[in-house]
Design a binder for this molecule. Structure first.
Ligand code: GUN
Ligand code: FE
Length: 461
C-alpha cells in the first residue's frame, strides 16, 4: 500500500450525528489522523484497505486499539459560556435575570480585570470544561480586554479551541459605573484591538483561537455601539455572539426602547449574520425565528439556564422545522453545570415537558405543545455537528477533513454509572452514555489530533 503519513491510527467504535435526529454507529473502524490534526480517513471493516492499514500500523507506536467497553464520541462544542462567572457557578439562581446581573454578576465579572484572578479562574474553567468533553467553547469574557486576552491565551495553551469575546457594555442606563466601557469609541477601539490580538494567538496554536464580537445584549449597549459592532463584524468577517429574547424582561426591553423585537434590533444593526450565535431565544416570536432562519444565525440553546431565567422553553424542534439552527450552551453561571452532558439531558427532558405540558389540571390534549419532543440523537447533534456549523468549521464529525476532536468514554472505569449488558445494541450504548456518563468516564480527549487529557476524571497534562 502507498505511504499515508498518518500521525495516529485508532481502532474502535465511534458515534456521531451527521443528520439532525439520526445517529451513525462507526463500528470497529480505523480512524486515521494526519499531521494537521484532521481526520484523514475512516476505514470500515468491510473496506478493501482496512486489513492493509491495520497490518501497516498495528505494531507502531501511533496505533491504539480501544479496549472493550471504550467508545469514541466527537468533542463537544459549547456555544455559550461565561468564563468570568465561573466562581458563581451554582449560586444565585433564585433571583430574576435583571437582579442577578446587577447584584451578583457585574460585581463578580469586574474582578476579572485583575490578572492573577483572571489567570486562576480561567485556567480552572478551561481545565474543567475539557474534562467534561468540551473541545471547542464560545466564551463570553469580561468587559476587560486584557483579562479576556488571557482567557484566549489560556485556551490556546491548554489545548481547547477557544472562541472568545471581550464583552461590550457601554450603556450608562443599564451598566454600573464600575463595570462598563467608558464610551462607544473606547468600546469599539478595544474590540478592534482584541480581534487583532486573538488572531495572533490563534496563529500560534494548532487548534486555533477565534475572536468573537460580543455586545453583551441589547440593553447593555448604546445605539452607536451596536451600529459600530455591526460594521466591525462586516469588516473582519468574524463571528458575533450575544443574548437574544432570553426572558420576558429582556424581550420587553427592546420594544420599549426601539418599538421592535430584540431580533429586529440586532438585525437593524447588522448583528444577525450566518456567523451569529444568539443565546436563549425562549421569547422569540415566529416572525423573529423566520428572520434568524433567513440570516442563517444559530441559537445557543441553554436549557439549564432557561429553567431559571428563560420564562419559557426554547422550542428547539419547532424552530428547526422553521429552519433555525441551534447548538447547545452551558451558559455558566446562568446554568449551574460546566457539562454539556447535563445540558443534553436537560434539553431532552424539557422538550418532553413542553410536548406533554406540566399542569395536570388541564385536559391532556390542551396541556402541551405537540411535536416538541427531541431525543438523544437531536441533542448530540446540537452538542457537536450544529456547534461546528455555527462556527463555519469542520467540527463534530468523524469524517475526512474534520478536526480530530474526540472523547474517549470508558464505560468500565470505577465509579461508572453506565452499565452495559449483553443485549444492549450500539444505539443502546450511546443512549446510556449520553444519559449516564460522568466525568470519570472521560478518560482521554483529543483536540485537533493532540491528546490533551490523560487518565480518569480528566487529569490535565
Ligand atoms: N444577559 C446579559 N448578560 C447575561 C449573562 O451574563 N447571562 C445570561 N444568562 N443572560 C445575560
Ligand atoms: Fe449567557
Amino acid at each position: 500500500m502507498t505511504e499515508k503519513n498518518y500521525t495516529a491510527v485508532l481502532r474502535g467504535t465511534a458515534f456521531h450525528t451527521p443528520v439532525w435526529g439520526e445517529a451513525e454507529v462507526l463500528e470497529d473502524c480505523l480512524f486515521a489522523v494526519d499531521a494537521k490534526g484532521e481526520v484523514a480517513a475512516v476505514y470500515h471493516p468491510h473496506d478493501a484497505e482496512y486489513g492493509d492499514v491495520l497490518r501497516r500500523y498495528e505494531k507502531t507506536d501511533i496505533y491504539r486499539a480501544l479496549a472493550p467497553g471504550q467508545y469514541l464520541l466527537p468533542g463537544f462544542v459549547d456555544l455559550h459560556i461565561h468564563a468570568p462567572q465561573w466562581t458563581n457557578m451554582g449560586k444565585a439562581l433564585h433571583v430574576p435575570l435583571a437582579t442577578w446581573l446587577q447584584e451578583y454578576t457585574f460585581p463578580l465579572e469586574r474582578k476579572l480585570a485583575e490578572a492573577t484572578t483572571a489567570r486562576e479562574v480561567y485556567r480552572e474553567i478551561v481545565t474543567t470544561t475539557l474534562a467534561h468533553g468540551t473541545t471547542t467553547a464560545v466564551y463570553f469574557g469580561s468587559q476587560d480586554t486584557a483579562g479576556t486576552l488571557l482567557l484566549a491565551e489560556i485556551c490556546a495553551a491548554l489545548g481547547q479551541r477557544g472562541a472568545c469575546g471581550k464583552v461590550v457594555m457601554d450603556n450608562p442606563e443599564e451598566c454600573p459605573p464600575y463595570y462598563r466601557d467608558a464610551d462607544s469609541a473606547a468600546a469599539l477601539r478595544a474590540t478592534r484591538e482584541f480581534i487583532e490580538a486573538v488572531r495572533a494567538i490563534g496563529n500560534s496554536c494548532p487548534q486555533g483561537a477565534w475572536p468573537v464580537i460580543t455586545p453583551r445584549f441589547v440593553p447593555s449597549c448604546t445605539d452607536a455601539t451596536l451600529a459600530g459592532l455591526g460594521e466591525l463584524a462586516a469588516e473582519y468577517g468574524v463571528p458575533i455572539q450575544t443574548h437574544i429574547a432570553e426572558s420576558d424582561w429582556e424581550a420587553g426591553y427592546a420594544y420599549e426602547r426601539f418599538g421592535k423585537s430584540d431580533a429586529e434590533v440586532l438585525d437593524m444593526f447588522g448583528l444577525l449574520t450566518k456567523k451569529s450565535v444568539v443565546a436563549h431565544g425562549t421569547q422569540l416570536r415566529d416572525e423573529d425565528a423566520a428572520l434568524l432562519a433567513e440570516r442563517g444565525s444559530t441559537v445557543a440553546h441553554c436549557p439549564l439556564s432557561n429553567a431559571f431565567f428563560g420564562n419559557g422553553v426554547y422550542p428547539v424542534r419547532r424552530r428547526f422545522a422553521q429552519g433555525v439552527r441551534a447548538g447547545l450552551g452551558t451558559d455558566v453561571s446562568g446554568g449551574y453545570s460546566p457539562s454539556l452532558y447535563d445540558n443534553i439531558r436537560q434539553a431532552v427532558v424539557v422538550s418532553r415537558m413542553l410536548e406533554d405540558g406540566v399542569d395536570a389540571r388541564r385536559p391532556a390534549a390542551e396541556r402541551g405543545v405537540p411535536e416538541s419532543r427531541i431525543d438523544y440523537r437531536h441533542a448530540l447533534y446540537m452538542a457537536t455537528t450544529a456547534g461546528g456549523e455555527a462556527l463555519g468549521s469542520k467540527l463534530g464529525l468523524f469524517r475526512p477533513v474534520y478536526a480530530f476532536d474526540a472523547q474517549l468514554i470508558d464505560t468500565r472505569v470505577p465509579h461508572s454509572d453506565i452499565h452495559i449488558y449483553s443485549g444492549d445494541t450500539p444505539e443502546d450504548v450511546l443512549q446510556k452514555i449520553l444519559f449516564l456518563a460522568n466525568r470519570a468516564n472521560l478518560t482521554a480527549l483529543w483536540v485537533q489530533g493532540r491528546e490533551v487529557l490523560h487518565g480518569t476524571g480528566g487529569r490535565h497534562e
